[in-house]
Design a protein around this ligand. Sequence first.
Ligand code: XIL
Length: 299
Amino acid sequence: AATLGTQAVPSGRYFGTAVAAGRLGDSAYSTILDREFNMITPENEMKWDATEPSRGSFNFGPADQIVSHATSHGQQLRGHTLVWHSQLPTWVSGITDAATLRSVMNNHITTTMAHFKGKIHSWDVVNEAFADGSTQLRSSVFQKVLGEGFIEEAFRTARAADPAAKLCYNDYNIENWTDAKTQGLYAMVRDFKSRGVPIDCVGFQSHFGTSGPPASFGTTLSNFAALGVDVQITELDIATAPPTAYANTVKACLNVSRCTGITVWGIRDSDSWRSADNPLLFDSGGNPKPAYDAVISAL
Ligand code: XIL
């Protein structure tokens, strides 16, 4: 029978989901995971608070569980995420000295990428660095202490750490072409490509309300792709999961040859970080919803 993964493959794309290590032992969960999905993003296990809770003390146990599940089931992995203002331990957010923070950030990137070297298809090197409603970066310890150059530095360090991994910038509210945030990011990616700063992909989180993607989403994807980066839909969920909204999102990706994959942010509604919105493709009993059929037909 057709599955999300098998439907995506003929056009060279993948269909992925966020996975929580703590749910892998739930057989209803892992049955759907292994039947439907060929790309996995660890939902929380590769974030800084999980991997380096105190300086220089790394814990990759929960992430390794997911990596080993993926490896034994033929699934690829997205690494999520190396530099982000959220789920960041206070020992990092409290650093005020630039030389210290630069060394801490680069060591975190290098050590984490070295641990998973050869196993990660794409890394979200920097997550959510731009401010909503603005072309500028948001305030964060990285922006305040290192200045806007922290993003370039993170990507250069990441390329050296694992030259085979694709390096992505990932964010939300960058789907509507005319939004200031979209334009700010577009200018950064254009600048990086013109100066040879290593960036391979842009991830569009795509956490949508009931109306789904903005009408300009396809334009946004193709404009970024035209800069010479791949684009992916990385954290898709849509409040109440209207079938048409899901189908429109899938079609926006399929229309752009450099849109190489789609990831939904969880399997069942009960697994979702927005579970009250029932935003996913499977209901809490693990049954495919109307949106599932709409996605299968659109792929
Ligand atoms: C969310 C997880 O789904 C939750 O379990 C966690 O409590 C908070 O983070 N943008 C991202 C993701 O890049 O990492 C976030 O994931 C959702 C928003």
